[in-house]
Write a protein that binds this ligand. Structure first.
Ligand code: ZN
Length: 150
């Protein structure tokens, strides 16, 4: 395993769309391992492949309940609305309020290529949405509610 360099804010790769993973081979599983190690090293709760410079639909999340790996994730259901204070490893030293669903459900593949559903509320719902959006080149800073509107 290896810690990879996290791309930050103005790096244009963060704005590109990631491609579907067609075959889960050793390159992909190594990348997932590296992404988890990189996320834990940076003390983040989630990391998407473009953040380490790879435009593939891969996400790792750990909000304190264990590692979640998502391949080709798609948000299939959301419920509720809540404002969350968010941060991102690609936007160091900043945070901002974003309107997010209270509940989100994602369909994805695990590393064995099996279809899985991951659902969560609050911080996990936010992480599922935030990381999946990275794969479309969207950063939370695009959605921040300015302080004076709260
Ligand atoms: Zn992020």
């Amino acid at each position: 395993m290896a810690i990879r360099k996290i791309r930050v804010k103005d790096d244009e790769i963060l704005r590109k769309k990631s491609k579907d993973v067609k075959e889960i081979n050793e390159k992909i599983t190594t990348l997932l391992d590296d992404m988890a190690e990189t996320m834990y090293d940076a003390e983040g709760v989630g990391l998407a492949a473009p953040q380490v410079g790879v435009l593939k639909k891969l996400v790792v999340i750990d909000v304190g309940d264990g590692l979640i790996e998502l391949i080709n994730p798609v948000v299939v259901e959301t419920r509720g609305e809540k404002i969350f204070n968010e941060a991102c490893l690609s936007v160091p030293g900043e945070s901002g309020n974003v309107l997010r669903p209270e509940y989100a459900k994602v369909e994805a593949l695990n590393r064995k290529g099996e279809k899985i559903f991951v659902e969560g509320e609050n911080v996990l719902a936010v992480a599922l949405c935030h990381e999946t959006e990275h794969l479309d080149g969207i950063l939370y800073i695009d959605k921040v509610i300015p302080d004076d509107e709260n």
